[in-house]
Design a protein around this ligand. Structure first.
Ligand code: SF4
Length: 265
């Protein structure tokens, strides 16, 4: 169904007036309709609003890629930096002014390919930055090439015979490097994510939020909404997120449990 100009204008007006979206900027997101990033943004906005964070004390440092556009869509300070370098820049921002709440926002291509070498150092320095890793296993902005998290066999226009490389597991990497707050979250569940994001923001140290998301435009086979929805599930009730060994063993066995995987205050 086609939306008329009048109906669209009314919708935009409603969005702008909505309390829940108060941190959204005047620029509406340019992500494809149905992109998982909308759900991630909603959870993050809810958390910011519920914590009562002042917009002028928030800095979003974003990388290159569709996720990197995030800085434009929020009413806060933003730095759109070069490919893969969001973590060192976010570190600098936080060191220069510890009063700020700093988010580093980027995709799996940005953070786990060209930028992957920064993650262990970010973890060992444990600077109080919140890393939002949007993982849809696709280089979306450059039209759907495989990424470091693409499953084996993933076919794209640039790899017609299928991916032959073992995918990286960002949650496991963060745990093995010694991260003190690790959450794995599903983009389609902003309500559940809000409480966890709030906890991560309050954590005094580096927090990583590994979001499983869908690229509806370029991936019709692997991380589709249906595939994710049918597989994600909460952590078991007996799960102990204060036990690192338990967390690592769990992540090795279960790729789709969502929640706070590890937290060490
Ligand atoms: S190309 Fe994919 S990741 Fe990029 S905005 Fe569109 S759906 Fe989202």
């Amino acid at each position: 169904m086609k939306t008329s100009g009048k109906a669209l204008a009314e919708k935009v007006k409603q969005i702008k007036e909505s309390d829940m979206l108060s941190i959204r900027s005047e620029s509406l997101p340019t992500w494809c309709p149905g992109c998982g990033y909308f759900g991630i943004q909603q959870g993050l906005n809810n958390a910011i609003q519920q914590l009562g964070l002042s917009h002028h004390k928030i800095v979003n440092v974003t990388g290159i890629g569709c996720a990197g556009r995030y800085a434009f869509f929020n009413d806060a300070y933003g730095l759109h930096v070069v490919h893969g370098r969001l973590l060192p820049v976010a570190t600098g921002v936080k060191m220069a002014n510890p009063e700020l709440t700093v988010f580093a926002v980027g995709g799996d291509g940005d953070g786990l390919a060209i930028g992957a070498g920064h993650l262990p150092h970010m973890v060992r320095r444990n600077v109080n930055v919140n890393y939002m890793l949007f993982d849809n296993s696709t280089f979306g902005l450059t039209k759907g090439q495989i990424s470091p998290t693409s499953p084996i066999g993933t076919v794209s226009k640039a790899s017609p015979s299928g991916n032959v490389d073992t995918p990286l597991n960002a949650t496991l990497m963060a745990l093995s490097y010694g991260a003190t707050f690790v959450a794995r979250l599903y983009a389609g569940d902003p309500k559940h994510n809000t409480a966890i994001i709030k906890e991560g923001i309050k954590h005094e140290g580096f927090s990583i939020f590994h979001f499983y998301s869908s690229c509806v435009t370029f991936d019709k086979v692997y991380k589709t909404w249906n595939n994710l929805k049918d597989n994600v599930h909460p952590l078991p009730p007996t799960y102990d997120h204060a036990n690192l060994k338990h967390a690592i063993d769990h992540v090795l066995e279960d790729d789709f449990s969502m929640g706070i995987i590890y937290k060490n205050d």
